[in-house]
Ligand binder design. Structure first.
Ligand SMILES: NC(=O)C[C@H]([NH3+])C(=O)NS(=O)(=O)OC[C@H]1O[C@@H](n2cnc3c(N)ncnc32)[C@H](O)[C@@H]1O
Ligand SMILES: [Mg+2]
Length: 431
């Protein structure tokens, strides 16, 4: 008997096949048992008709529990009303492992219960759909940068220094060498890569000991960080908008089935096309004031501010030139007005807020030394980074895109925790 996967059923209409998988769902109607099988490639309804199978097989079909691992044999039929458009007219059923009391039943469960059972919750149709979209976003990210001649240059996880401020560092003891910190961002290493290879990207897990319990913050999240030598802030914004357009339009084209399962209204995602609006920080402050927000110039924007700003546009908006006071030490200042950093945040529509943060980097050695001192950072931990300014320094820029925020936005999720296989939050680091 031909062993196939559910995704191959269309090629075997009228033939007897064997499928391996798990019982996803079961219902009865008198002399008929409908078993929905899942195998990781799709779902198929297997029909056990009492008159067509032995009593023993019909009895197995009657008593096996949700998520039992099974082997099903039967004839493939086209059935428009069945999930996926095909059905199996079943003739045999073998149990690999019978399962009873699988904790995640079709009824509603609380989020903490689901997160405690994340290793099992991942099997649900919704979570499978999200993981497939995440995978396709990751592939689009790599395809985009590989296609534009970037070299992958993955940064270390164990690092000697902060990048985005010292208040969100995870510290660990490192043998007799004192402390190491889980990377907040691969950027500084990507800068070294850009000086060697021109344009690079680093893509991996990054860590922030965020004290905030919000739907947009994880303590471990994945970030892709391109870095380009000889690029300025405008080049950075050009790259960011081309990148985002590519990711969103690719996923819309290739993951419509999953987005349907997630009941995602993709109308606004269709608008994610260049050019994106680009506004100065001062213009963004004006928008807030016009909407009655009592906003103090010089502050950074909070989630609520970002929502109001992004609601004025039908696609992601790029806010550039933030007050240097609220930005990281490495950002170059605008030579026309040193109050402003040559920074850009890309705000996604529909209240998803900042998904990209980037900037042009300070390329002058003495100025960077001054910034490190102003931010009370230990110069000794940055000597290697300062060497990039001592030896052949050039203007250069880059940004970081948060993978989970991007997946949440594309899938229309309420919280980042569903956008990563095993979320790490301020009050959770299991399973
Ligand atoms: N190479 C660079 O220039 C990147 C730069 N060093 C950086 O880390 N910028 S960022 O802190 O705004 O973070 C960048 C993005 O990383 C995401 N981000 C940032 N922090 C988080 C948390 N806590 N959870 C989830 N996602 C997060 C979010 O999309 C941000 O826009
Ligand atoms: Mg940011």
């Amino acid at each position: 008997m031909q062993q196939i996967t559910i995704s191959e059923l269309k090629n075997f209409v009228g033939q007897e096949v064997t499928l391996y998988g798990w019982l996803y769902h079961k219902r009865s109607s008198g002399k008929i048992k409908f078993l929905v099988l899942r195998d990781g490639t799709g779902y198929v309804q297997c029909v056990y008709f009492k008159g067509n199978v032995s009593d023993e097989i019909f009895d197995i079909a009657d008593r096996i529990g949700q998520e039992s691992s099974i082997i099903v044999t039967g004839k493939v039929k086209q059935e428009p009303k069945a999930p996926g458009g095909y059905e199996l007219d079943a003739s045999d059923l073998k149990i690999i492992y019978d399962t009873h009391d699988f904790p995640i039943t079709p009824k509603e469960h609380g989020i903490e219960f689901l997160l405690d059972n994340r290793h099992l919750w991942l099997r649900s149709k919704r979570q499978v759909a999200i993981m497939r979209v995440r995978h396709r976003v990751v592939k689009a990210i790599r395809d985009f940068f590989d296609g534009k001649g970037f070299t992958l240059m993955d940064a270390p996880i164990l690092t000697p220094n902060a990048v985005e401020g010292t208040s969100t560092l995870f510290e660990t003891k490192y043998f007799d060498l004192g402390s190491a910190y889980l990377t907040q961002s691969g950027q500084l290493y990507a800068e070294a890569g850009a000086m060697a290879l021109g344009k690079v990207y680093t893509f991996g897990p990054t860590f922030r000991a965020e004290k905030s319990k919000t739907r947009r913050h994880l303590t471990e999240f994945w970030m892709v960080e391109p870095e380009v030598a000889f690029a300025d802030l405008n080049d950075d914004m050009d790259l960011a908008e081309e990148f985002l357009e590519y990711i969103v339009q690719t996923v819309l084209k290739e993951k419509d089935e999953e987005l349907k399962i997630l009941e995602r209204d993709t109308t606004k995602l269709q608008n994610v096309k260049r050019p994106f609006p680009r506004i100065h920080y001062n213009e963004a402050v004006e928008i807030l004031k016009k909407h009655g927000v009592d906003f103090q110039w010089g502050n950074d924007f909070g989630g609520g501010d970002e929502t109001i700003i992004s609601e004025q546009f039908d696609r992601p908006v790029m806010v550039h030139h933030y007050p240097a006071e609220v930005k990281a030490f490495y950002m170059k200042r605008d030579p026309q007005d040193e109050r402003f950093a040559l920074a850009v945040d890309v705000l996604a529509p529909e209240g998803y807020g900042e998904i990209i943060g980037g900037s042009q980097r300070e390329d002058d050695l003495d100025t960077l030394l001054k910034r490190i001192a102003e931010h009370n950072l230990p110069q000794s931990a940055f000597e290697w980074y300062l060497d990039l300014r001592r030896f052949g320094s050039v203007p250069h820029s880059g940004f970081g895109l948060g993978l989970e925020r991007t997946v949440s936005w594309i899938c229309g999720l309420e919280h980042l925790r569903e956008a990563i296989p095993f979320p790490r939050l301020i009050y959770r680091n299991t399973p």
